[in-house]
Each structure stands twice: as C-alpha cells, then as structure tokens.
Design a protein around this ligand. Structure first.
Ligand code: PMP
Length: 366
C-alpha cells in the first residue's frame, strides 16, 4: 500500500500541495520594516541618507520612457558603469536583482558539490538559507574568541568558501593578505567574498580578480549607494565565473533588472561626489556613536561597516532591545548562539545616533 506510514503526523492543512523540499525550507527572516511615525530605525543597515538626486532623476526619466519594452537582459549599461568604476571589463561583471539574488545564483552555480561549503558560524544568515534551498551542506567554521574570522581555519576539503568582508553582523574586516591566503588555500574552489559593506572603510578584493580565477566578489547598491529599495547588486570575477552565473540567470529569469533599476544604478555610479560624501558622513557618525556607547559602558567591536555590534556587560541584550523599542528606537537583536547578548545597531544620521545614545543613557540609569 502506498501513502505515509500510519505513525506520521498529518501535514498542516494545505501543505500536502507543497513540493516535499519546500516543507523543509528554513527561510531568512528579514529585519522588521514597521511603519511607525517618528521611529528611529536602526535595525536593517539601510543608509540614513537618500540616494543621489541624479539617481532619482534618472529613475523618473526612465519611468516616462519605454516601460512598455523589456529591459536589456544583460544590463549592459550598468555593467559598463560598474566595470569603469572598478577598473575591470564589463564581461567580468554580473548584475542581479539585489545582491541576495546574485548570492543565490552563485551558490547554485559554484557550491553544489558533495562537500560542505565553509562559512563563519556567525555571518550573514542568508548563506545557510541558500544551503537549504540548494541542498548544500553548511560547514560552519567558528569565529575566534574575539569574533573575528581566522582564515587559517578554512583549509578543509570543501565545496567552496563564502565570507562577508567586512563580516556581518560583527562589522570586523579582513586585510587583503588574508583574502589572498584563502584563495591560495582553496585553488580548486570558488571563494566568494561578499563586500556588501566594504565602502564604509573596508578593502575591496576586486583588484585581485585578475590574478585569482577562483575569486568572486559580490557587492550591493543597497548600503553605500542608498538604493535598498531599488534592488541592485553585482558580482565581479573572471569571465568563466560570470558565464556560469549567466547560465543560471538565463535558466531562471532573463530580466532580473528592470529599466528603472538600470537607469537609477547607472546614474548613482555617475555621481561619485555624492557617494563619497554620504559614505564619509556615515563613517563619521559611526566613530562618534562608538565613542558615545563606550562612554556608557558598552563593549563595541571595531567596525568597518555601517553598523556596530555591541554588548553591555551589565544588561541583558534582549531586555535592552525591548526597552529601546518602547522608546521608539529599533535595533537588531539576534537570538543566536555567541551573539545573543549583543545588539547590532545601524549607523543613522547624527540626529538618529543622538536619539539612540539618549535612549540608552535613560535605560541604563533606570
Ligand atoms: N550581504 C550581506 C552581508 C548583507 O548584510 C546583505 C543585506 N541584508 C546582503 C548581502 C543583501 O543585500 P541586497 O540583497 O539588498 O543587495
């Protein structure tokens, strides 16, 4: 007789329609996006400044011209802008609908081998989600006692390596010499370096692409270019890696970037002065916030990103996050081993950072 064994508990209503693999997925949980007036929103690492006015103007113009037509499936104009900015060839760039999509395609394209994919135990939690989606074993490599990546621990046989540099949610950065060590340790596998936060003081490894056929670097326009709402990210690597990503993309969605996204992203790359000024403002606020929080007794990890990972030795992190929320300040608390006594605080405008510090001061006094 076919059917489930008698002891199997029945599926919740409707789940029998699902493909079996979907029942086992553990999806990513994004930070909250509440619509509460006057909320100081420091929980999802968005840029506190709006995008370049030139990007907004380009999106408006694109909306008035040609939306009845499909966009360029290769996003050629954007790939040329990105390549020009980073001193590489347009053929070494792959663009996608947010770097999450680029990461997903990269996991599919490079990491589906019968060995574990090495990644830090504390990092961007979407990596584990993609492992679930693509049936890849996640090989978690512990951060060291000071919550830093030690590249010497990434030598085991593997399907590849994925790290974020700067790492998230810790904010700490690795020097390029350590990235090179990773690339040399795993010459037969792709090493994916997710540089979502690199423009806030990290060192990009894009310059290493010419020498390392196994290096794939992923960037997003969501953070340093203030375009989280537009959904644009890209990967840079030698041509054979980009070709694999294109094969996956063209087996999934030929037009991941719409006309508005391409136009806005290109214009953002044309406005270098705005990009540099807003990154500098975020870095300045980060350093101010770091000093203020240390003054209140917080331990702050050295950050090269647009957020700080902090803990207070005298206060429970979940209670602090809840207390801040009552004061209309939203930060991120992860119920996750090793960092469940930390808070991740995105760097806001000087006013938002001031409001956070004031709210912390009141909570710690109470
Ligand atoms: N990588 C890291 C490390 C991130 O923190 C994020 C943002 N959540 C992303 C990638 C994805 O960014 P996006 O999809 O907005 O490009």
């Amino acid at each position: 007789m076919s059917g489930p064994p008698p002891s199997a508990s029945p599926l919740p209503f409707g789940q029998s329609f699902w493909s079996p693999a979907v029942r086992g997925l553990v999806p990513y949980v994004p930070g909250e996006q509440p619509s509460i007036a006057d909320l100081v929103k420091l929980n999802t690492n968005e840029n506190p400044y709006p995008p370049s006015p030139r990007a907004v103007a380009a999106i408006t113009a694109a909306a008035q011209n040609g939306l009845q037509l499909y966009p360029d499936p290769q996003a050629g104009a954007l790939r040329r802008s990105i390549a020009g900015c980073h001193g590489i060839d347009a053929g070494q760039v792959f663009a996608g609908n947010g770097s999450d999509e680029v990461l997903a395609h990269a996991f599919h394209a490079f990491f589906r081998h019968s060995q574990p994919l090495l990644m830090p135990d504390v990092s961007y939690s979407f990596y584990k989600v993609y492992c679930g989606l693509y049936d890849i074993e996640a090989g978690l490599v512990p951060l060291d006692a000071s919550l830093r990546i030690d590249v010497a621990n990434y030598t085991a046989p593997c399907a590849g390596v994925v790290i974020a540099n700067p790492n998230a949610p810790t904010g700490t950065g690795l020097p390029l010499a350590h990235i090179e060590q990773l690339l040399q340790q795993q010459p037969e596998r792709v090493v994916l370096v997710d540089e979502a936060y690199v423009d806030f003081g990290g060192e990009t490894s894009i310059g290493l692409i010419a020498r390392y056929p196994n290096l794939l670097v992923v960037h997003t326009l969501s953070k340093s270019r203030s375009l989280a709402g537009l959904r644009v990210g890209f990967a840079a690597g030698q041509r054979h890696l980009i070709e694999a990503l294109e094969r996956v993309k063209d087996s999934f969605n030929s037009y991941p970037l719409d006309r508005l996204a391409i136009a806005g992203a290109v214009a953002s790359y044309e406005d270098r002065a705005y990009f540099e000024a807003t990154c500098a403002a975020v870095i300045e606020s980060r350093e101010w916030l770091c000093r203020q929080l240390q003054g209140l007794g917080f331990e702050v990890l050295p950050s090269r990103a647009n957020f700080l990972l902090v803990r207070h030795p005298g206060f429970d992190a979940a209670a602090l996050a809840a207390g801040l929320r009552e004061k209309n300040v939203l930060v991120r608390h992860f119920r996750q081993p090793r960092i469940d006594q930390h808070l991740r605080i995105s760097v806001g405008t000087p006013e938002q950072c001031g409001a956070l510090v004031q709210a912390c001061r009141e909570l710690l006094k109470a």
